[in-house]
Write a protein that binds this ligand. Structure first.
Ligand SMILES: [Zn+2]
Length: 115
């Protein structure tokens, strides 16, 4: 239920933020988007390649679709949404503040899943 709601929010966000929709990947159960010319977000967080809202994966470049290290990482975030529901974005934010991006346990787990 929560996953569906956040997927809807992600889908909506993708459109208003100017992301281009690529398509649904059945294996990943994910909707892929990319930023046509580098988004504002990219300028703020330089080392960010992609992020996930519900089942929507937003990539800063379309070619990242061919990089399993990036897609597997983001698919793990979908699994975290599945496991924790509404708690995932809340806990993620808390860990981001207390641990920082690199040491956020959700990021550590996603990096491991992508190896
Ligand atoms: Zn991540």
């Amino acid at each position: 239920m929560w996953l569906k709601l956040s997927t809807f929010c992600g889908y909506f966000y993708g459109h208003i933020a100017g992301y281009n929709y690529i398509g649904y990947n059945e294996e990943d159960e994910a909707y892929y988007f990319y930023a046509p010319m580098g988004s504002k977000l990219r300028k703020r967080f330089r080392n960010m390649f992609a992020f996930t809202v519900g089942r929507c994966i937003f990539m800063e470049k379309r070619k990242y679709l061919d990089d399993p290290e990036i897609t597997n990482h983001e698919v793990e975030h979908i699994n975290q949404y599945k496991r924790l529901g509404l708690w995932f974005p809340i806990l993620y934010t808390v860990y981001h503040i207390t641990h920082g991006y690199d040491d956020n346990p959700f990021e550590v787990e996603a990096r491991k899943a992508a190896e």
